[in-house]
Design a protein around this ligand. Structure first.
Ligand code: SF4
Length: 342
């Protein structure tokens, strides 16, 4: 199928299905795909959108698998599709449920006063685990609020799977590094004393797009190259990178920050390059936006026009449909609900 044929199929199917179809697109998708998205957003915005869909019978999620799973949980009764089910997330895969359960057993043998929180970039099973244990989901946009809620509730958090988002958020809440420990699934466990003393226990996972790709040295190099440049990075970068930057924030916060800058300002953005180049084009007459480094998410890039066209042309067959087992969906919903309520 050529690009042009794919475009024709997508346009015709969108016209034919009208309100019965919604295409959601994540900011890290390429422009070709987002041209056909009815809504573009980050994880939090798209989760909220999915939970409020009224008319559409089918949702096609242009993003990675955990996002489509989240939409399927938040929009029961709708059929959710992903153009390529192999578009996964290495970060989500770093927290296999059996290993998380083993860690949870060890932690709860020391104390029951602990709340599990999972970043939305995780499997439905991990979200369900949090729901079963009175925890919540968070996104990079609301992590600070959710962690503050959990700390007030129990005084201790078990945060998964992104160690950098966890540490950056804990630090922003004033928690010293001495009260943050990392649970390394590859190690033999953690001693009881360390568990008892910690306020935040982080799962040792990371997003390979943001870490170790963006470093404090990259920030310093770009400041030398362009004196006066501002630097904003995603909180999935490591704490040293965040400390070297002017600001860190979710995708939506990065876009807000760019909108707030005065005319003529130059700014480097440390996140996925599709989004950075799109923001650069959108702001080109006002400010100069450059990538801190050009890094792409290979999984997001698995969604192509051809795969979107194929998905739309065989919606009725159920191929590419994302389904979550009812028991997992029920408990994951509790954790997502907690996030949307807090
Ligand atoms: S950017 Fe990172 S967290 Fe997001 S989907 Fe890609 S690998 Fe996963």
């Amino acid at each position: 199928m050529t690009h042009d044929e794919a475009r024709t199929i997508i346009t015709n199917r969108k016209r034919e299905l009208g309100d019965k179809l919604i295409i959601l697109g994540h900011h890290y998708q390429n422009d070709d795909i987002l041209e056909y998205a009815d809504y573009v957003g980050d994880s939090l915005e798209l989760a909220r959108k999915a939970s409020r869909i009224e008319r559409a019978e089918s949702i096609v999620f242009c993003g990675v698998y955990f996002m489509a799973e989240t939409a399927a949980i938040l929009a029961p009764g709708r059929a959710v599709y992903i153009p390529d089910p192999a578009a996964g997330c290495p970060l989500a895969d770093m927290a296999p449920p059996a290993e998380v359960l083993a860690a949870w057993d060890a932690i709860t043998q020391v104390t029951r006063s602990v709340v599990p929180i999972t970043y939305v970039n995780s499997t439905a099973e991990l979200k369900a685990f949090c729901g079963r244990n009175e925890g919540a989901v968070c996104t990079s946009g609301n992590a600070r609020k959710i962690l503050a809620w959990a700390l007030e509730k129990a005084g201790k958090i078990f945060f998964m799977p992104d160690r950098n988002l966890g540490r950056n958020t804990a630090r922003s809440l004033g928690i010293p590094d001495g009260e943050i420990v990392e649970w390394d699934p590859g190690a033999a466990g953690m001693d009881r004393d360390a568990i008892a003393k910690a306020r935040v226990i982080l799962w040792k996972g990371w997003c390979p797009v943001h870490f170790p790709e963006f470093s404090a040295e990259d920030v310093s190099a770009i400041r030398t190259r362009f004196p006066g440049i501002k630097v904003i990075v995603h909180p999935e970068t490591d704490p040293a990178t965040v400390a070297a930057s002017d600001l860190s924030g979710s995708t939506a916060m990065i876009l807000e920050y760019l909108a707030s800058l005065g005319e003529g300002q130059k700014v480097a953005v440390g996140t996925e390059a599709h989004m950075v180049y799109r923001a650069a084009r959108a702001n080109r007459f006002r400010i100069d936006v450059v990538p801190l480094k050009e890094v792409y998410c290979e999984d997001m890039a698995k969604i192509t026009l051809e795969k979107l066209a194929q998905t739309l042309s065989r919606l009725e067959s159920g191929q590419g449909r994302v389904e979550v087992a009812p028991d997992i969906a029920e408990h994951a919903m509790k954790a997502l609900d907690a996030m949307l309520r807090i």
